[in-house]
Design a binder for this molecule. Sequence first.
Ligand SMILES: [Zn+2]
Ligand SMILES: [Zn+2]
Length: 211
Amino acid sequence: MARMRRLKPLKERAPDPMKTLEQYLNDAAVAHGHLCAGQVLGVRLAMLGLKKLGIEDPQGKDRKRLVTFVEIDRCATDAVMVVTGCRLGKRALKFRDWGKMAATFVDVETGKAVRVAARESSKSLAKSMHPNVTDKNQAQMLAYQVMTDDQMFQTQWVHVELPPEEFPGFKGERVVCEQCGEGINFRREVRRGAKVLCRACAGERYYEPIV
Ligand SMILES: [Zn+2]
Ligand SMILES: [Zn+2]
């Protein structure tokens, strides 16, 4: 009986923090600018990852529990961000440019991590489910909403080594590159002998200065 009394009346109870596929698709369409097959895929992929980890409220009480690694920078990446709440600017989103439709979800509280990858066969399955829809994106958009998790994805429990400087709240010493004078955060400096260099000055430049 005591337990009964502690329950709040129905209308005051917090709504289920995990939204439905439909609600996430709405949010994703707004954030991304349009609804596309990639949004459906990304939303489903992230929902599956969170379900596997038992994370129910990624934007609320569980918001500091999750770090997400994405392996592609396409439409689906935006949808993964919408569902997980993980952002590059919060250091909770890590990008690995591998061109693969996959993401790894790390629960930093428990250390558990799951990698979810889209099955290559889901594309042809979508086509066979909607043989009369000529637009590929349209066929996939429809099919990806009803396929089972198993038809769409393969999942794998993994271990991800996350050193302190990879965590969202990490505050470390800021050092200055001895060559260009620019400041460097998060232990991203390179030590060459006695010299402290930024990655650009150490030779990893993605740009060439125009003199
Ligand atoms: Zn798109
Ligand atoms: Zn430098």
